[in-house]
Design a protein around this ligand. Structure first.
Ligand code: CMP
Length: 225
């Protein structure tokens, strides 16, 4: 396996090549097809996952059996760290949104790396702080705004997690299903469909198959963020 892919993972991006080579030697590659369950809530677990290709949704089931999407992660992101640190079972399900390739690292090997390379720990803490901020925003958004604003806010989250920004436009190549967006925003698929059509008619977004373009991201954020 080539260690260069580790350079795309922010947690490892500043490490020298010889260290990256040692890290990649500790990792195992796994692939999942679209919709495969990678981790199940309540399972025991002591491995950390790095996303090399693809994207995943982090979900839990509500009391009445609806799927709630806590987050969507893409290239270079990691997951599975919570059980590694607190020794509890997996806190959520992780499901592939498309064909996905991951590299996994065992708990003991990861803890050794953190001790030897404090930079990895600092990068990890930075990302965890970012995730907590996003969750705080999500809690605020879910409790304050109406369904249409919540959908727009979910689109902003998707833009941040999966989109590529170019000349003021954000392109999301593989937009999750409308049902997934509904599960992020706590609303129905029909409301998502209606809202996407409305945003399209207003010229704020363009949809072409699975691709979604936010025409002017700054304006979109001003209006809904
Ligand atoms: P773990 O609990 O081991 O397994 C499920 C993983 O989902 C968890 O580690 C985190 O990596 C990830 N996860 C759980 N909640 C969130 C969240 N709110 N945002 C991003 N990732 C999360």
């Amino acid at each position: 396996m080539n260690h260069l892919f580790l350079k795309n993972i922010p947690m490892f991006s500043e490490l020298k090549d010889d260290i990256l080579e040692k890290i990649i030697a500790l990792m195992q590659k796994r692939t999942y097809r679209k919709n495969n369950v990678i981790l199940m809530e309540e399972d025991a677990g002591d491995t950390l996952f790095f996303l090399n290709k693809g994207s995943v949704k982090i979900t839990r089931l509500s009391d009445d059996g609806r799927e709630v999407i806590l987050s969507i992660l893409g290239d270079g992101d990691f997951f599975g760290e919570m059980s590694i640190f607190d020794g509890e079972s997996r806190s959520a399900n992780v499901i592939a949104l498309e064909d996905t390739e991951v590299f996994i690292l065992k708990r003991g090997d990861f803890l050794d790396l953190l001790e030897k390379h404090p930079k990895i720990a600092i990068n990890l803490l930075q990302e965890l702080a970012r995730r907590l901020r996003k969750s705080d925003q999500q809690i605020e958004g879910l409790s304050l705004s109406d369904a249409e604003n919540r959908i727009a806010m979910s689109i902003i989250r998707l833009a941040e997690d999966l989109g590529v920004i170019k000349m003021g436009q954000v392109v999301i190549e593989n937009l999750p299903y409308q049902q997934d967006i509904a599960n992020m925003a706590g609303t129905s698929r029909e409301t998502v469909s209606r809202m996407l059509n409305l945003l399209q008619r207003k010229g704020l977004i363009q949809k072409k198959g699975r691709k979604l373009i936010i025409t002017n991201y700054e304006d979109f954020q001003k209006q809904f963020g």
